[in-house]
Design a protein around this ligand. Sequence first.
Ligand SMILES: C[S@@+](CC[C@H](N)C(=O)[O-])C[C@H]1O[C@@H](n2cnc3c(N)ncnc32)[C@H](O)[C@@H]1O
Length: 214
Amino acid sequence: MSARPSFPAGIAPRLARVVTELITRRPALWPLFRVATRLEFDRLAGRWDVGRNPAHLASFQAGLEAIAANPRRALDLGTGTGAGAFALARRFPGAEVVGVDLSPAMVERARQNLPQELASRVRFQEADGAALPFPDGFFDVVGLANMIPFFDELARIVAPGGWVVFGFSIGPNTPIYVPAARLYRELNERGFRELRELEAGPGTAVLARKSSAE
Ligand SMILES: C[S@@+](CC[C@H](N)C(=O)[O-])C[C@H]1O[C@@H](n2cnc3c(N)ncnc32)[C@H](O)[C@@H]1O
């Protein structure tokens, strides 16, 4: 029997792919899509965790494992129902973790899912990845699992010497997917080095380290 799908029925893969491509190339167009995106993920929040492949974050977790760091602050951007934030908190037991999402319904679900043992270190808040309410260089590690990146904002909030990890649950078939070559180019232009792609389970991940000189 085949594995259960990694994305809930309802997310439109082709539309997600087109929007991802457009917004990563023309982030100035994001305001035209923000409300519709929020409403769509609000609609999906109640069934986001239903029937998911348990390995949907395998590549994201493998990316986190590959980081030799002891971060103080970590961010899961586009956290959805919080699984990426929990993975960050478990991988880095010394870190305070924030999970951010545009969708209030997703944030509410993430808070409901928060395990007791992580409650003192993990919190969730609504925010837009295009304009985040954090100072420059605030995070030592930023994770994005199946999330559209806003490269300038991402580069702004990662600390010098800090890391970014992109996870794509089913590799190039993930509805929100950015090819590794594109990520390398955008990150390299913004002072990230040590770029690397890996595969785990059904997915892929890309990691990169921001130069300490930036
Ligand atoms: C495909 S889901 C991935 C959720 C989770 N990371 C996972 O892998 O299960 C994308 C998430 O990013 C959120 N999102 C989309 N655009 C965003 C933005 N500009 N800022 C913050 N969150 C955003 C959506 O609301 C949604 O919860």
